[in-house]
Each structure stands twice: as C-alpha cells, then as structure tokens.
Ligand binder design. Structure first.
Ligand code: IPE
Ligand code: IPE
Ligand code: MG
Length: 229
C-alpha cells in the first residue's frame, strides 16, 4: 500500500533529560518518565497547530536495555498506560499511531497493545505519530538492506520520511543512533530544557528559528548566485 502523505513538517524529537529532571528534585528517575509522558500528550495535541504533519518521538533505544531492569519495566508500564489512556483520543484527533523499532524483544502484552492501538488509529490523516521503541537506526538501515533495499527510493520506503527538524532536549548534542539516514539534511535544535519541561511555546520558538534558516541542500541560494568572472 503506498504511503499516505501527511501535510506538514516532519519533526523528530529525542525526549531526553527525564532522569536528571527527577533526580534534581530528589525524586526517582521514574517520576521523570511519568512527567515526560505528560509532555508527550502536550506535544501530540500541539503538533497539528504548529504545522507538524509527522512527529517521530524517541522513547526507548536499543541501547536503553542497558538500564536497570526496574527502570526498563517502568518505562514499558508507562508506555502501555499511554496507549490505553490515549487510543480513543488519538483516533478522535485524527492521529495515526505507529511504532518503529524491533518488536521481538518486547513483552508480548505490550506488542498486542501496540498492534491494537495502531489498528484503532489507522485511518488518522491529520498527524502521523511515530514512536521509536527498541529502536536503533543502524539496525533499521541494516534490516532495510537485508530486505532488498538497494537505492535511495527503496531505503526511503523502508525507513520513512526525511526529517525536517530534529529537536533534542536536555542539552545533549548527539543523535544516539536515531534516524541517521533520515536526518541527512535535517536541521537541528538542541534545547537546554529537560523533556518534562518542554512546552508548546518552546517548540514554537524552535520552529520559528527553523523556518528562518536557509536550507540549501548543497545548492547556492538563488539570490546569491553571481557571475564567477
Ligand atoms: C529520556 O530521559 C528517556 C529515555 C531515554 C527512556 P533519560 O532517562 O535519558 O534522562 P537522563 O538523560 O538520564 O536525564
Ligand atoms: C536517547 O537518549 C534515547 C532516548 C531518548 C529514548 P539516551 O539518554 O539513552 O542517550 P545517551 O545515552 O545520552 O546518548
Ligand atoms: Mg538521557
């Protein structure tokens, strides 16, 4: 089935800083993840009004399995709760929910819930919400190659749309194995706020800054073309 197109920008967000946000308050890291889930709700609600057509959120990386077991279990519990609580609202809001990443290492009931939520929201056409869980971009690229992708178009089809703007919270300035291929010409916005403190106006400011940038994709801006002699 051809990929439906969603009007608007593709914004990707690395949701970082939950743990430090909680620890700075003397709270367990999981309290930061809980607050982070509220930010996800805020972002999903705000996205269409901000001109975002596709929102890709980094929720759990393939390397995050290295974390303590109870933190991993807590993250999965929060993710399950998010889907249970939000599925109806997502459907009503025209959000098409998708999960990218490996599923074979996730708990069975979580995979079932993912499948149900994807099915319940499959008709959404206002916002495409992609949540990356047990995700590694290098692995995604290798899987695309193994399944026969040989040229740009087939990698694009296997991986997903190019990113316009990538936002990472918490002051870190790295990709941590997120959307490596898709970010070939992405703009980057590294914000000093922790994910739980990210607001709609913070994203609006990042988007205003993004829209003022000159994306040349390797070319010379037409206004700056001048004779070489
Ligand atoms: C992001 O916050 C959430 C996940 C990676 C699951 P962190 O848990 O990485 O928070 P910090 O970076 O330790 O503060
Ligand atoms: C990246 O954040 C993964 C997610 C936000 C889900 P990390 O906190 O795991 O990344 P590093 O370890 O700082 O690179
Ligand atoms: Mg982190």
């Amino acid at each position: 089935m051809p990929e439906r197109s969603f009007d608007g920008l593709h914004v990707a967000m690395i949701m970082d800083g939950n743990g430090r946000w909680a620890q700075a308050r003397g709270w367990p890291r999981l309290a930061g993840h809980r607050a982070g889930a509220e930010t996800v709700r805020r972002m999903v609600e705000a996205a269409p009004g901000l001109g975002i057509g596709t929102l890709t959120l980094y929720a759990f990386s393939a390397d995050n399995w290295k974390r303590p077991q109870d933190e991993v279990a807590g993250l999965f519990r929060l993710f399950a709760r998010y889907m249970r609580q939000e599925a109806d609202k997502l459907r009503r809001q025209g959000v098409k929910f998708e999960v990218i990443g490996r599923r074979d290492r996730l708990p069975g009931p979580l995979v079932s819930l993912i499948e149900e939520t994807e099915a319940a929201t499959s008709a959404g056409s206002r916002l495409r919400l992609r949540v990356a869980v047990d995700y590694s971009s290098r692995e995604a690229i290798l899987r695309a190659a193994a399944s026969g992708a040989r040229d740009r178009a087939s990698f694009h089809a296997a991986l997903g749309p190019d990113v316009d703007l990538l936002i990472r919270t918490s002051g870190e300035q790295r990709l941590s194995d997120f959307l490596l291929w898709e970010c070939a010409y992405a703009e980057f916005s590294f914000l000093d706020v922790a994910w739980p403190d990210l607001t709609e106006s913070g994203v609006r400011a990042a988007l205003d800054d993004f829209r003022a940038r000159d994306r040349r994709f390797g070319a010379v801006h037409p206004a700056r073309v001048q004779a070489l002699r």
